[in-house]
Design a protein around this ligand. Structure first.
Ligand SMILES: NC(=O)c1ccc[n+]([C@@H]2O[C@H](COP(=O)([O-])OP(=O)(O)OC[C@H]3O[C@@H](n4cnc5c(N)ncnc54)[C@H](OP(=O)(O)O)[C@@H]3O)[C@@H](O)[C@H]2O)c1
Length: 334
């Protein structure tokens, strides 16, 4: 039996459990060039909120009645694709389901006895690659510069900040609450961290960045963005990775006044990780030894059971996750 989560209606504001419904049917058989996987890990990511809305975007929405989209790590249970066999572990774009059919060329095979399989959805997967692309192509931090990362304890932010540290920058995180700020400094090794829930965010950020800000890795938007923009230096760079604080908004928020960007020659550039697919393998090869020797730190937040995926998505959009958010759907053979 296969269990899937179907989009029942488009959420208004934060997604809710009753925007989705469970469907049970039989496990499909693969067509030529396809495999069927049993889901082990399902990734929950902020971008999924965009797929629930029919607002114009860089990617098409999930249609009502369709299985909700998501990346998974799974084990092949049936294969009609050369080079892929039952028992192989693969990562790739699939859906919120216990079993998925996939075209083999969309999947990457994983070693069963390498890094934990869940890391291929987090530090070694799409979020890690996003941080790597953003810092390599846009942020380009240099020794002695000040780099600020929002959602600093999260899947993307934690890697982005550690990459800036490796480049010799002074790195300040922004995170929600004292526990996350402590983790960002003690575990990830950032030089400072400011709690965005503080009533005096602007003053605390200014005091944490006495030389202004040279690179901002934007994950959040809203009030955090406004506080950072005040402190940007001449020739600073802004990596526009995401604005999760605004994903549930019913109306688009009015934009900031960007006049300062002219005089300060600020470079503000958006990033979509899938634009450079070659970065995924490049990042995996670079980061695997760092994960193995624990010089690249990460934290995972695991929720058990496919049925909890809708609540998990609502949670990540409200900052309830602490680290890369994953749903454990099936037994992990590793
Ligand atoms: N452009 C791309 O290709 C690409 C790819 C992947 C991810 N992204 C973006 O990267 C960002 C981070 O994604 P992630 O997967 O690493 O998620 P994450 O950081 O693990 O989780 C999201 C975090 O956002 C913060 N947040 C949520 N609501 C907030 C609010 N109202 N104000 C301030 N912070 C808030 C929360 O952290 P705190 O509790 O610390 O606030 C929450 O834990 C998202 O914007 C996502 O859309 C973009």
């Amino acid at each position: 039996m296969r269990r899937s989560i179907i989009l029942k209606r488009r959420p208004s504001g934060s997604p809710r459990g009753d925007d989705f419904e469970m469907r049970d049917d039989s496990i499909p058989t693969p067509g030529a060039g396809e495999v069927v996987t049993r889901t082990i890990w399902l990734s929950i990511d902020p971008y999924m909120r965009g797929r629930l809305s029919d607002r114009k975007s860089y990617a098409p929405p999930v249609e009502i009645g369709e299985v909700m989209t998501g990346e998974t790590v799974g084990e092949i249970v049936a294969s009609a694709a050369p080079g892929f066999a039952a028992g192989d572990i693969v990562v790739g774009p699939r859906g919120w389901a216990t079993h998925n059919v996939a075209r083999a060329e969309q999947l990457a095979k994983l070693e069963r006895h390498g890094p934990p399989l869940s890391t291929y959805l987090g530090v070694l997967g799409m979020p890690g690659t996003t941080a790597y692309s953003g810092m390599t192509d846009i942020g380009q931090p240099k020794a002695g510069e000040t780099v600020v990362i929002s959602a600093a304890s999260g899947a993307v932010g934690s890697v982005a900040g550690q990459l800036a540290k490796r480049a010799g920058a002074r790195v300040v995180g922004i995170a929600g609450g004292p526990d996350k700020c402590l983790f960002v400094q003690e575990e990830l090794g950032f030089d400072g961290c400011v709690d965005h829930r503080s009533t005096d965010l602007e003053a605390e950020l200014a005091s944490a960045c006495p030389n202004g800000i040279d690179v901002y890795f934007e994950n959040v938007g809203g009030r955090v963005q406004a506080a950072v923009f005040e402190l940007l230096n001449l020739f600073s760079r802004v990596v526009m990775c995401g604005m999760v604080a605004q994903y549930n908004d019913k109306e688009l928020a009015p934009g900031p006044n960007l006049m300062f960007a002219v005089g300060k020659r600020v470079r503000i550039q958006g990033l979509i990780v899938s634009d450079k697919p070659e970065r995924f393998a490049e990042w995996r090869a670079l980061a695997r030894p760092w994960v193995a020797d624990r010089s690249l730190r990460y934290r995972e937040d695991v929720i058990d059971g496919l049925e909890n995926a809708p609540d998990a998505l609502a949670g990540i959009l409200g900052g309830q996750n602490f680290g890369k958010l994953l749903v454990r759907v099936g037994r992990d053979p590793a």
